[in-house]
Write a protein that binds this ligand. Sequence first.
Ligand code: BJW
Length: 245
Amino acid sequence: MALRIDPDTRLLVLTGAGVSAESGVPTFRDANGLWENHSIEQVATPQGFEDDPALVWRFYSERRRKAASVSPNPGHATLAGVEARMDDRFLLVTQNIDGLHQRAGSRRVIEIHGSLFRTRCDTCDREPFADEREHVAAPACDACAAAGRKGRLRPAVVWFGELIDPEILREIGGFLSEAHRQRLVFLAVGTSGAVYPAAGLVLEARAAGGETWLVNAEPAENRGAFHHFVQGPSGRILPELFEWA
Ligand code: BJW
């Protein structure tokens, strides 16, 4: 089955953990929702950070180390190549925080769940900053300390129960609504379709008249919302998926 791209096509791609699986980054589902016997909720929620910030930093420090040691795979490379051909008719929304799309050459990338390589304060509104260090405990925020507050640094990622930056959602909505006189295609890759609002993007694309494709190792929870499903590993499927008209 081929996904045809012609000069009139706009393509919105959503990726999840599965796209990085062949690079050696474990998915959330692979780990059965567990990390060192802790549930994902314990390490990826504001309450988890409140309860045990050191545990949460160990989890993200390990992932920083792992992500820095792996390389993009042919799935990432294919999406970077598609962007190079489509330019502003292409937008990639990734739920991944591992930076592998950017390392493969993708530039039109929205990191909807943040980045593993940025840190922010849990209290003040200082800008998130680049940070590759591995922390074993939550460092104090120096900006807060200077103002007599007790802010702690945390990974600049979006945990369960936290809001996605509304500006990001507006940008995605803008890309969908600009497609009114063009052919809109939505492609989801390597995602279980279980976590919202990302899992709802397919319905937004359909409401905008889009044709919807899913490439995944298994049927995603929202598989029924897709017109086309190609089952298999994205590192093998994506390089063969596109047909250029
Ligand atoms: C392969 C493969 C290969 C393997 N090739 N495929 C509407 C309905 C119900 C609930 C909600 C709702 N709206 C909001 C909620 C609550 C919640 C939510 O969605 N809960 C669900 C669990 C039901 N959402 C939120 O809290 C969001 N916030 C929000 O909406 O705020 C407003 C609000 C708050 C509270 C209540 C209501 C509204 C925020 C969600 C943030 C998610 N954050 C995480 C952590 C980010 C940082 C980090 O990475 O540590 O994001 S959780 C985790 O899940 C991570 C992932 O990005 C995300 C999605 O996982 P993904 O990528 O799909 O991975 P897997 O492992 O689940 O699946 C991998 C897939 O790949 C599998 O299918 C494999 O088969 C496949 N695969 N190898 C191709 N080689």
